[in-house]
Design a binder for this molecule. Structure first.
Ligand code: F6R
Length: 625
């Protein structure tokens, strides 16, 4: 995820900004930059800027902060007001032009931004028509230009009011921090849906996306809420609502260590990332699903090409493979296109049949998994069009495919995939819907019903997360068992596989996932008093079948933990533990069911004292065959 740090005060800020950005490195980034207000006389060193002329000087670079530092080396750039940013690409590859800060035409306004501007294309078109020239591929670059336009034409040069207008104009998410050469004694910020805090100290004030960026300078913070704007000077903080009314908010004191601040107070990155899922899912929908519209131009296929598709082939490994299995079920049901799913490491060695009417989809959160990359190569050699779904902009999978759909889960630091998985599931739903519409395979009422349900899925995931203590209690009571079987049917089956994978990779306990109907063909021999069976049994069209399967394992004395739809009074008669999922349509239960399964694996692993962020023998990107 991108990181922001900004300072205005009595001290020279170059080091403050660079140190702050380094504190955010753990979040992942691909480029970095700073902008500093430079005065043309010596008044700046006394802390007073009155009357001196100023200009904004920007240095930015793709790659690590050390490369930015190398570029700054020996150039003497410093000042008492500055903004800094680490970028994690969402629009446009990681390069210098796309790095932040971005400026307006005159270079008088500089902006850093975290988030996604959904309507940037139309804003860019309007501003281009007025003569604005854009130098990057980013969505962010429209922000300084929009502010310039407002200041020139509508707010009489007032940056704060321009920011309030801007928050009304943009759709999407953003923590936005701005400095202007013409209002040198202030920094202005605004927020929609992306974290933004103010840090307060005797020597000056800060904006930051996260506390670790400024924790060595202050422990006093104010949290900024959605649609609020803020003006900070070196000795004051003013908060306003979107209409310009003043808001009063007392700072609070934080006693976190640097380590716990990096994890936002969570014990592990994995826990933090599981709790970030509502945000990651929403960000992945952003710009693609708005109101009753589904825009998915990234797929880069005309309706005629989509109508001609004979087959879709999906390739993935590990957790991404479980997203692929869900994709198959969704696309076949909604778009009526046959889908084949293969594990990357198998596909390339089995001489697959491919032609130009087969769409090849590769799912990989890292974009670097060697088995998936080899499969992409194989498919392209055979003439297929390849669509990559990845979380990393500019990754090898993105570069080596014909088109890319990015998940916007933000960087995942824990080795095991959690928030990238639910973001992949969301992409599978959106692709299924898009293809169904293009082929005329879904009627309007079903289409609207699914869109409406997708829109509220993040709230339902949040509801599950709010109930995490209940999962913890179940884990505390069952963690000593040595055999875990995860069962599901249809949309619950890939989640059973994923639940088992999560448990084995972070707890090192033997676990297997099965299609529940398969139990009687062998695995049921395993069930006895030492087994925990976890059943995914939402209210869907195979509910009765699933219930019978669970009764069968209960009869063999297994401990039974069931994930049910809220209000299900039946399953509880057989299960030892019940966890309720919010009600949804049957195709979407997977994205809800996997969240308690992730939490369950996590709490069991913690009971065993495991390092859940870096489980043994595993790596975040698997770049060996
Ligand atoms: C499990 C996990 C792995 C990955 C697999 C594929 O938590 O993270 O199973 O899913 O190595 O990785 P990507 O998606 O990067 O291709």
């Amino acid at each position: 995820m991108c990181g922001i740090v900004a300072y205005i005060g009595n001290r020279q800020c170059r080091k403050i900004l660079l140190d702050g950005l380094k504190r955010l490195e753990y979040r992942g980034y691909d480029s970095a930059g700073i902008g500093i207000l430079v005065h043309d006389n010596a008044m700046q060193t006394s802390g007073s800027n009155n009357g001196s002329k100023a200009a904004i000087s920007i240095v930015k670079e793709a790659g690590k902060i050390s490369e930015l530092e190398a570029k700054l080396d020996g150039n003497g750039l410093d000042g008492t007001t500055g903004i800094g940013h680490t970028r994690w690409a969402t629009h446009g590859v990681p390069n210098q032009a796309n790095s932040h800060p971005h400026t307006d035409c005159s270079g008088e306004i500089a902006v850093v931004h975290n988030g996604i501007i959904e309507n940037y294309a139309e804003i860019k078109e309007d501003l281009s028509a007025k003569g604005h020239i854009f130098l990057s591929e980013t969505d962010t670059e429209v922000l300084p230009h929009l502010l310039e336009d407002y200041m020139k034409n509508e707010t009489g040069g007032d940056l704060l009011i321009a920011m309030q207008k801007l928050l009304r104009k943009i759709r999407g998410s953003g923590a936005i921090v701005v400095m202007s050469a013409s209002s040198q004694d202030e920094l202005i910020a605004g927020r929609i849906a992306s974290p933004l805090i103010v840090g307060i100290s005797k020597e000056g004030n800060f904006f930051a996306s996260d506390m670790p960026a400024v924790l060595e300078h202050t422990h006093n913070f104010i949290v900024i809420n959605d649609f609020e704007t803020v003006r900070i000077t070196k000795d004051s903080v003013e908060i306003y609502d979107i209409d310009g009314n003043t808001l009063h908010r007392e700072p609070f004191k934080v006693n976190w260590s640097m380590e716990s601040a990096e994890k936002s107070g969570y014990e592990d990155f994995m826990l933090k990332e599981m709790f970030e899922q509502p945000y990651g899912i929403r960000e992945t929908m952003r710009g693609r699903l708005s109101g009753s519209e589904l825009n998915f131009d990234e797929i880069n296929l005309s309706d005629t090409q989509i109508k001609k598709l004979k087959k879709i082939q999906i390739i993935a490994c590990g957790t991404s493979y479980h997203a692929a299995l869900t994709g198959k079920l969704i696309i076949e049901k909604w778009a009526k296109i046959p889908v084949e799913v293969d594990i990357g490491s198998e596909y390339r060695y089995r001489d697959p049949i491919i032609d130009e009417n087969v769409l090849f989809i590769a799912i990989t959160q890292s974009g670097e998994t060697i088995d998936t990359l080899a499969a992409i190569k194989e498919a392209r050699l055979k003439g297929a069009k390849v669509l990559a779904i990845t979380n990393i902009v500019g990754s090898t999978a993105a570069r080596e495919s014909d088109s890319v759909v990015y998940t916007h889960a933000g960087p995942e630091i824990g080795v095991c995939a959690t928030k990238t998985f639910t973001a992949q599931l969301m992409v599978m739903y959106l692709i299924g819907l898009y293809l169904a519409r293009a082929r005329g395979a879904m009627d309007n009422s079903m289409f609207s019903k699914i869109l409406n349900e997708l829109d509220i899925i993040p709230n339902k995931v949040q509801k599950i997360l709010n109930n995490a203590p209940k999962i913890k209690r179940i884990a505390d009571e069952t963690y000593r068992y040595t055999c875990f079987l995860f069962l599901g049917r249809i949309f619950g089956f890939p989640m059973a596989l994923e639940g088992a994978l999560k448990l084995k990779e972070i707890s090192y306990i033997h676990a297997e996932g099965y299609a529940a109907g398969e139990m009687k063909h062998g695995p049921i021999a395993l069930t006895d008093t030492k087994t925990v069976v976890v059943g995914v049994i939402p209210r869907d069209h195979v509910y009765e079948k699933m219930l019978s399967n669970l009764q069968e394992v209960k009869a063999r004395h297994a401990r039974l933990f069931a994930l049910v739809t809220e209000g299900d009074s039946n399953t509880g008669k057989y299960a030892d533990y019940i966890f309720e999922l919010p009600n949804t349509i049957e195709e979407l239960y997977g994205i809800l069911a996997v969240v308690p399964l992730q939490l369950y694996a996590y709490y069991i692993a913690k009971n065993h004292g495991r390092n859940v962020d870096q489980p043994r023998n595993l790596a975040k990107s698997v770049t060996v065959e």
